[in-house]
Design a protein around this ligand. Sequence first.
Ligand code: AMP
Ligand code: ZN
Length: 123
Amino acid sequence: MTCVFCGIPMQKRVLENEHAFAFFDLYPVQKGHLLIVPKQHRETYFDATEQEIMAIHDLLHKGKQLIEESYQPDGFNIGVNVGEYGGQTVMHLHVHLIPRYKGDIDDPRGGIRKAIPNLVPYP
Ligand code: AMP
Ligand code: ZN
């Protein structure tokens, strides 16, 4: 089976190091939404080697800089969906780096906590 992220063309890779690369999400949830992936096909975050996690970490920092230069966001969300029931739709590990903007939603409190319904009320 072919993997869409293994097939991301070189010219779309906006950042790269030895073990990872980054590209802009084709269906961004906010402008500047970046995805960071290992070069080797790994299904989930927990399948990556430590070296790959460090390479992704490096590109998270470089991606933050790149997004700040281009879009001047007011905050960020960093997220990884793991497995079908964690919401993962592309089965090649990717870390979402999502810039956030003042006013992009009415009440930003809670951030990624809002991806999942509350188990108990949050004061
Ligand atoms: P997830 O739901 O965490 O697996 O996220 C998959 C992400 O990949 C979504 O944010 C999609 O918008 C994005 N996506 C899917 N296909 C492509 C593609 N060909 N190029 C760039 N991003 C993609
Ligand atoms: Zn792949």
